[in-house]
Ligand binder design. Structure first.
Ligand SMILES: Nc1ncnc2c1ncn2[C@@H]1O[C@H](COP(=O)(O)OP(=O)(O)OP(=O)(O)O)[C@@H](O)[C@H]1O
Ligand SMILES: [Mg+2]
Length: 223
């Protein structure tokens, strides 16, 4: 098996009981190990919704998502959480950092959760933050960081567990051109060093052009 993610006939609608908002309609996607993919599409077309389904954060209304050969519909919430921790790194559109924790603590968190000792986790987190230029901000909290700095902390947090697949939702949206370029290089370096796949949602055509493939989400499908 060469695919890390495969989804078949994936459908999704938001439904608040009175209003149904169809978003994805029989969408198919296969992502092979070490493949890099850009997903583009108009605001509101369903890109973030798709990433949440790929990571098992929300459940499909139809069709299925396979992560490393395992059908997410066939396993319970706890096993999905473990599978996600084992294989995926998430960089969210809105970074979701823990506001009461420092940059180092935020980045070290996934390692601590998976049982790594505090000193090792903190050292690795500090190294990764240093690699992306935040060596002088290790003990700052998210509210004490700029938008771009927060995004870099979020990227470090996604990378620290050496995931097989990185899911990134507009990872450079809050960064200036130089930081965006560096961030992209960091993600591509991981992809090459570790043969990890990379799925990037972006509006930036420069980023899209650097990926192996380029898909557009339109009318609930990838084309
Ligand atoms: N909780 C919700 N309830 C109802 N509709 C929702 C909900 N969340 C999102 N939507 C709708 O689903 C559609 C897809 O949203 P999504 O966030 O996936 O878009 P997106 O492609 O990521 O957009 P952007 O590029 O602006 O981030 C949008 O039209 C939005 O209005
Ligand atoms: Mg979005």
């Amino acid at each position: 098996m060469n695919e890390i993610i495969k989804c078949t006939d994936l459908s999704y609608s938001y439904n608040d009981g009175t209003l149904e908002t169809p978003v994805l309609n029989s969408l198919n996607l296969q992502v092979d190990k070490a493949q890099t993919i850009a997903i583009v599409g108009q605001s509101g077309c369903g890109k973030s919704t798709l990433l949440n389904l790929l990571g098992g954060i929300s459940r499909p209304c139809g069709g299925k998502v396979m992560l490393n050969g395992i059908d997410l519909a066939q396993i319970n919430e706890e096993n999905i959480t473990n599978l996600r921790a084992q294989h995926l790194g998430f960089i969210y559109q809105f970074h979701h950092l823990l506001k009461d924790f420092s940059a180092v603590d935020n980045v070290a968190m996934p390692l601590l959760i998976s049982g790594v000792d505090t000193q090792t986790a903190n050292e690795k987190a500090a190294q990764l933050l240093t690699d992306i230029g935040l060596q002088n901000r290790l003990n700052y909290r998210p509210t004490e960081l700029s938008g771009g700095q927060r995004q870099r902390v979020a990227i470090a947090r996604a990378l620290i567990g050496n995931p097989n697949c990185l899911l990134a939702d507009e990872p450079t949206g809050n960064l200036d051109a130089k930081n965006a370029e560096e961030t992209l290089e960091l993600m591509i370096a991981l992809n090459q060093k570790q043969k990890s796949a990379l799925i990037v949602v972006t509006h930036d055509m420069k980023i899209a052009a650097k990926m192996d493939s380029f898909l557009t989400l339109e009318n609930g499908k990838l084309v």
